[in-house]
Design a binder for this molecule. Structure first.
Ligand SMILES: Nc1nc2c(ncn2[C@@H]2O[C@H](COP(=O)(O)OP(=O)(O)OP(=O)(O)O)[C@@H](O)[C@H]2O)c(=O)[nH]1
Ligand SMILES: [Mg+2]
Length: 459
């Protein structure tokens, strides 16, 4: 266990490097003494900005700083905390940290401040994890979920489930105590209906993880099509970057290339793939196999077509091949993207007859109509992905809900089979434990270490 809470810790809380201002955070019982030593000042008012000179270990003035002092338990960590705002010079940052370390302040591990907030009951584990998600949030949907979880909305809901299960289990256990008298404290109908309700809630949350995960990591969108239709050019246009090699030689892209952009509140992960064709070239074939893998993981497929070479029958063959290769092809959204419109005078009217598909006409090379394509993608995603405040975004929570569902389903089966109360109570206790794992009532140190190790230093 690397995280402890019996000493005073410090860390730079702002990003590494040179900046206008940098903030060093200190937390622990020695904080006030450290501040006095650092500033030669005796008095610090709580939650008030103090502008003061700070001095290094050799009593040489280091900076003109602004300091905030928070008294336990009314601070982020629940301990005495100081926030020292200094000029963002790397020399000042480094010397201040060295000075504090010389005075026996320990350099904080990643997430150690939030760990202390959790240990001191300032937040539960779900909220602590939400802090990290908030720091890492890259788009408004991810941000909204993380912020709600930090505010405690989801924790409250979980506590309601937990209390409900604890009450039901207690009644069952009471019946065990009074077994001889044959009394029924817990109505079997009420027990069953509550369990069914909780299972369906667990199901909803388990299903939400697929969406939560892509909202967090970027919604995968594959760019697919025959060689040379302009897939790599489109990727570059979408990213506004020369990420992929473009050439007039068919078969240029041999392996998938991907990158993210954020657009209208979503992060999209665009994947450029090797052109689809039958070939003898082994490497190219591996690339094509990977194109199918990328289609499988995508929510949306952009099927790119060179408008000067569109062949309806070949297109139908390709669609059939995709359906053969991709099990849940019909759950995905496919957008037909006709490229190279700069090479033609007018869009052939028969293309508008392809009524089963969204169609977008672009010139990737000239970056024409790229926004129209992005808007179409956003509209499609809004139909496919529904995120709300308790969408799961954390695999640990997802796994815990799968456990909850398993033990509740077992409890229901056991009730239906008229199994003894202690067996049903055991199943219910297991599901209570799984909820406890999410909020942190029941969690071991290895898991805590693992969770907080993914945090930033200084958070
Ligand atoms: N005129 C015109 N040419 C384009 C357009 N988009 C791409 N091209 C050209 O088409 C050729 C192929 O482009 P790529 O982006 O490499 O095509 P690709 O689909 O990635 O090809 P592979 O990787 O070989 O499958 C290049 O010469 C591009 O400059 C466009 O909108 N208009
Ligand atoms: Mg390419």
């Amino acid at each position: 266990m690397y995280l402890t809470s019996d000493n005073t810790i410090c860390a730079i809380a702002t990003p590494q490097g040179i900046g206008a201002v940098s903030m060093v955070r200190v937390s622990g019982a020695q904080t006030l003494d450290i501040l006095k030593k650092l500033t030669h000042k005796e008095q610090f008012n709580i939650r008030q900005a103090h502008r003061c000179e700070i001095y290094d270990d050799n009593d040489k003035q280091l900076d003109d700083a602004v300091i905030l002092f928070y008294k336990a338990p009314h601070s982020y960590t629940g301990e005495d905390v100081a926030e020292i705002f200094i000029h963002g010079s790397q020399y000042i940052q480094k010397t201040l940290l060295e000075t504090l370390i010389n005075w026996n302040v320990k350099l904080a591990e990643p997430g150690e401040f939030t760990y202390r907030a959790f240990i001191n009951g300032k937040m539960d584990l779900l909220q602590a994890e939400a802090v990290n998600d908030l720091v890492f949030s890259t788009n408004s949907n991810y941000h909204d979920i993380a912020l709600n979880q930090l505010r405690g909305g989801f924790s409250k809901k979980l506590n309601i489930y937990r209390t409900e299960l604890i009450n039901l289990t207690a009644l069952l256990e009471l019946e065990i105590d009074f077994a001889e008298e044959d009394v029924e404290f817990a109505s079997r109908d009420k027990l069953k209906s509550t369990i069914i309700e909780l299972i369906s809630e667990a199901d909803r949350l388990i299903d939400s993880y697929k969406n939560g995960n892509v909202v967090k990591r970027g919604i995968p969108i594959a760019i697919i099509g025959k060689p040379n239709v302009g897939k790599s050019t489109l990727l570059n246009a979408l990213l506004n970057d020369d990420k992929a090699i473009v050439s007039e030689i068919p078969g240029t892209t041999r392996d998938a290339i991907e990158d993210q952009i954020t657009y209208q509140g979503f992060s999209f992960r665009f994947i450029d793939t090797a052109g689809l064709q039958t070939t003898e070239d082994i490497i190219e074939n591996i690339g094509i196999e990977r194109s199918f893998d990328k289609m499988r993981e995508s929510f949306i497929i952009l099927y790119l077509i060179d408008i000067t070479e569109f062949d309806y029958y070949k297109f139908l063959e390709d669609i059939q091949e995709m359906k053969n290769q991709i099990k849940d092809f019909d759950n995905k959204k496919m957008i037909l993207v006709f490229n190279k419109i700069d090479l033609i005078e007018q869009i052939p009217s028969h293309l508008f007859d392809l009524k089963d598909y969204d169609k977008v006409f672009i010139s990737a090379k000239r970056k024409e109509n790229i926004e129209i394509l992005l808007d179409d993608i956003v509209n499609s995603i809004k139909d496919m992905i529904n995120v709300n405040e308790d969408t799961l975004i954390n695999i640990r929570h997802y796994e815990a809900f799968k456990e909850i569902k398993l033990s509740l389903t077992k409890a229901l089966e056991d009730i239906n089979k008229n199994m003894p109360n202690d067996i049903v109570a055991f199943d219910l206790r297991q599901s209570i434990e799984s909820i406890g794992k999410i909020t942190g009532e029941i969690v071991n140190n290895d898991i805590l270490d693992h969770i907080f190790a993914n945090f930033c230093i200084g958070k």
